[in-house]
Design a protein around this ligand. Structure first.
Ligand SMILES: NC(=O)C1=CN([C@@H]2O[C@H](COP(=O)(O)OP(=O)(O)OC[C@H]3O[C@@H](n4cnc5c(N)ncnc54)[C@H](O)[C@@H]3O)[C@@H](O)[C@H]2O)C=CC1
Length: 390
């Protein structure tokens, strides 16, 4: 997320009031969101069908979206980009323009009930203005998107390969062309858990046959990941939302690429390597591929084959425990950020980080340490990743 313009300029009166409300409700966020949804479903029962049976992740998402909007309330560019994306993303849920006033009314009632010391006519008016602006940006973006893209794609599973007891490579054929860029992700809904959507990165650059693949690790209590790994079979049909994410390659430069992928986080890194190969411009690409143990380096063969085919590519496996075997010779042991620190400096490189949230957090520090400025480090939003894993 870029720095907010509001950090340089004084906050507007509405921003001050909105942030005051957010600060007051933050410690009781769970109560506010539970109350909000109860009110919404009691007063507008038809809206219940738009939400999943299990509301646990959903509750966090609403609050995080509100926090993000409140943080950037004075920064029109960041706010509009964020909300437009959110509005487009809501198309797959079946959200209609007339749902927004119902949500706004229940949201304000929930805030009024829990932000008792900061609520009053002025704060309420500030929230009405903010919510009206927020919903208009989301409604407009959804309407614009409707003219150019479907709300979702159906995609048939064409192959399912179990690489470890809990990691599968799943390849699907979308029912209509699916435009995306290497390094991006999509949202996936399985037929077994309706309305539960999770993000997965594409594991390949766009292919001429239009097929898409994902690397999925089944995590305990993961609705979608367990269904994708242990239940999905060729012939099953899943739904995909629109592509998202800015972990993409700038093809106007010839800078080197430093890519760090932990666990299934290697998926978008592999897509980026394929993208560089397809563009035919030789630029150095250094990949650090980390996993807990040698057995967990489930895609090492593919990465080593790519390395053999492309002299500009170097792949370093790093395992947390035990020796990493690479063509019969052992290599790094430890955590990915520590391995990256042993190399470099990487001046004039663009960096890409993909994997568990802990890796993204400490990986950024390691990359800065080897000479890469923060504005050249790309990764997906940590908030999205936290709720993506299951
Ligand atoms: N676009 C993205 O950023 C993508 C993210 N993912 C996420 O990647 C994760 C993959 O999970 P697993 O395969 O179980 O990975 P994992 O937990 O086995 O971690 C893989 C490697 O990352 C490093 N690592 C992990 N936690 C770290 C920490 N706190 N500090 C420093 N290094 C750390 C270690 O080198 C470890 O061996 C999931 O959470 C998934 O959602 C998956 C695909 C794409």
């Amino acid at each position: 997320m870029t720095a907010s313009a509001s950090s340089a300029e004084p906050a507007s009166p509405d921003a001050v009031l909105i942030r005051r409300t957010m600060a007051e409700i933050e410690p009781v966020a769970d109560k506010v969101t539970s109350y909000f949804y109860a009110l919404l479903f009691v007063q507008y029962p038809d809206l219940r069908a738009l939400f999943p049976a299990s509301m646990d992740t959903q509750r966090d998402r609403l609050f995080k979206a509100l926090l993000t909007a409140a943080q950037h309330v004075d920064d029109a560019d960041v706010l509009t980009a964020y909300l437009a994306n959110l509005g487009r993303g809501h198309r797959k849920y079946g959200t209609q323009p007339d749902h927004y006033p119902a949500v706004g009314e229940c949201l304000l009632s929930a805030l009024a009930r829990y932000a008792t010391s900061s609520w009053g006519p002025e704060t309420q008016a500030a929230w009405v203005r903010a919510y009206t602006a927020i919903s208009q940006i989301m409604i407009d973006a959804a309407a614009e998107d409707e003219a150019v893209a479907p709300a979702w794609w159906q995609a048939e599973v064409v192959s399912h390969e179990l690489r470890t007891p809990d990691i599968a490579v799943v390849t699907v054929r979308p029912d209509q062309p699916y435009p995306f860029l290497a390094g991006q992700y999509t949202s996936v809904e399985t037929p077994w858990w309706p309305r539960i959507w999770r993000h997965y990165s594409f594991a390949s650059a766009p292919r001429s046959d239009g097929l898409l693949s994902f690397h999925v690790k089944a995590v305990p209590a993961g609705w979608v990941s367990n269904a994708m790994v242990h239940r999905a079979r060729p012939g099953d049909v899943i739904r995909l939302g629109a592509p998202g994410g800015s972990m993409t390659i700038d093809h106007t430069t010839r800078s080197g690429l430093l890519c760090v992928g932990g666990g299934t986080g290697i998926a978008p890194i592999k897509a980026l390597v394929e993208d560089v190969a397809e563009h035919g411009v030789r630029r150095p690409v250094e990949v650090f591929y980390g996993a807990r143990s040698n057995e967990d380096l489930y895609d090492l063969d593919t990465m080593l084959r790519l390395e053999q085919a492309h002299p500009w590519l170097s792949v370093r496996p790093v395992v947390a425990t035990g020796p990493a075997v690479r063509g019969g010779t052992s290599s790094e042991t430890g955590q990915l950020p520590d391995a990256v620190r042993q190399y470099g400096p990487y001046r004039e490189y663009d960096a890409y980080l993909s994997g568990p949230p802990g890796l993204i957090r400490s990986g950024v520090d390691a990359l800065v340490g080897v000479g890469i400025p923060t504005d050249r480090i790309r990764h997906d939003s940590i908030e999205e990743l936290v709720s993506a894993g299951d």
